[in-house]
Design a protein around this ligand. Structure first.
Ligand SMILES: Cc1ncc(COP(=O)(O)O)c(C=O)c1O
Length: 370
């Protein structure tokens, strides 16, 4: 059985591996993005994929966020149950039973859904139309990430068609500039962010010219947020990762190490030879998501130059650089490559204040795949 974790106990007493959230850094990140959105004059609707925690979502709303963004229907159900009443599913919700579940959700919270096809939108709208209701939809625009979403030039015709589907209320456009994670320089991030905002604002104007109202123009990824939100015509921003940051954001130059709220505490379980140490945090703890924009191991070992070079499920292998050493039983702090996937791997995270356990947060929306 896992050891009981008592509030007030020092981090040094926690069994490992464990995921720690530094509450002071978390609150500072939340406040900073809230202030940036206010200064830009846009609403902030953070993506809760990063934390999957009602406790953090409440902190974001308290700091001025207008609502939350999620991806999956089951995540929306968890957050609605936790009392959140304004949710956007920034994902093409397509599939058996999903529209009906969204109709049920729409009976108790304000919900909007992303679409990128007429077929998907019609399927989504059917139960709403049958119930004499309409679901708010935002059309996903691909501004460079080449994942889901229609190209800007294809959006006006689709928006006109969507506006005529019974059971739908066309509310606007959204995009996610995932391609900023491949940007090599701060300048490239700025150009991508401004391009993201400009493409969306331009597309909104073209749709309005066809007589369809576009109330929401929603942008956002953590690297691009501060640039995209300042573009004229943008109304909303949806960064997610900024609450915790991670090794990828540090590598991209989005933030410094001191802005990273999530770390993993691990124990060195083996030092089989000079140059190699092994910790008890492997892919089950850290995931195998690569460092971006360039591959560079599986997480930073804080305070050391040595990096985690290899993971298997239960083992994290550190390549020990010249001049550094590790000893069996030593505890290390790891900054993960990608915080969002780490949240999804753990039942609970430990909120830490001044080096002591403040609270244990159950990751209520982890593992919600449907
Ligand atoms: C649609 C959408 N919006 C917003 C975000 C938040 O982006 P980030 O985690 O870079 O802040 C994501 C992340 O994947 C996303 O897919």
């Amino acid at each position: 059985m896992a050891r009981e974790i008592s509030p007030g106990s020092p981090v040094e007493d926690l069994a490992t591996p464990a995921v720690l959230i530094d509450v002071a850094v978390l609150d500072r990140n939340i406040a900073a993005m809230g202030a940036a959105a206010r200064a830009a004059g846009v609403r902030l609707r953070p993506h809760a994929k990063t934390h999957k925690l009602p406790e953090v979502g409440r902190r974001q709303l308290a700091a001025g966020a207008s609502g939350l963004t999620l991806a999956k229907t089951s995540e929306a159900e968890v957050f609605a149950d936790a009392g959140f009443d304004d949710l956007f599913l920034a994902y093409p919700v397509v599939g058996l039973g999903k529209p009906e579940r969204l109709l049920a959700l729409a009976g108790r919270v304000r919900i909007a859904v992303g679409v990128d096809s007429l077929d998907g939108a019609r399927a989504l709208a059917a139960p709403f139309a049958a119930a004499g209701r309409a679901v708010d939809v935002l059309l996903k625009i691909d501004t460079g990430s080449r994942r889901v979403g229609v190209r800007p030039e294809d959006a006006p015709a689709l928006a006109v068609a969507l506006a005529e589907v019974p059971g739908l209320a066309f509310r606007g456009l959204f995009t996610h500039a995932g391609h900023t994670y491949g940007a090599e320089t701060a300048e490239a991030v700025r150009v991508a962010g401004e391009g993201e905002g400009a493409a969306l604002a331009r597309t909104a104007a073209q749709i309005r010219a066809r007589g369809v109202d576009v109330a929401e123009v929603s942008v956002g990824s953590t690297p691009s947020a501060r640039h995209a939100m300042r573009v004229e015509g943008v109304t909303e921003c949806r960064p997610g990762n900024y609450v915790y940051h991670d090794a990828t954001q540090v590598s991209l130059g989005t933030c410094g190490l001191e802005d990273c709220a999530m770390t993993v505490v691990a124990t060195v379980v083996s030092v089989p030879e000079r140059g190699r140490a092994v910790v008890d945090a492997g892919s089950k703890t850290l995931s195998t998501d690569p460092l971006r924009p360039h591959p560079g191991g599986h997480g930073f070992v804080l305070g050391r130059k040595s990096r985690l070079s290899r993971l298997s499920e239960e083992h994290g292998v550190i390549d020990v650089v010249e001049g550094e050493s590790f000893r069996v039983g030593e505890r290390v702090r790891i900054l993960p490559n990608h915080a969002c996937v780490v949240s999804n791997l753990h039942d609970e995270v430990i909120a830490v204040k001044d080096g002591r356990v403040a609270e244990v947060w159950r990751v209520a929306a982890r593992g919600m795949v449907q």
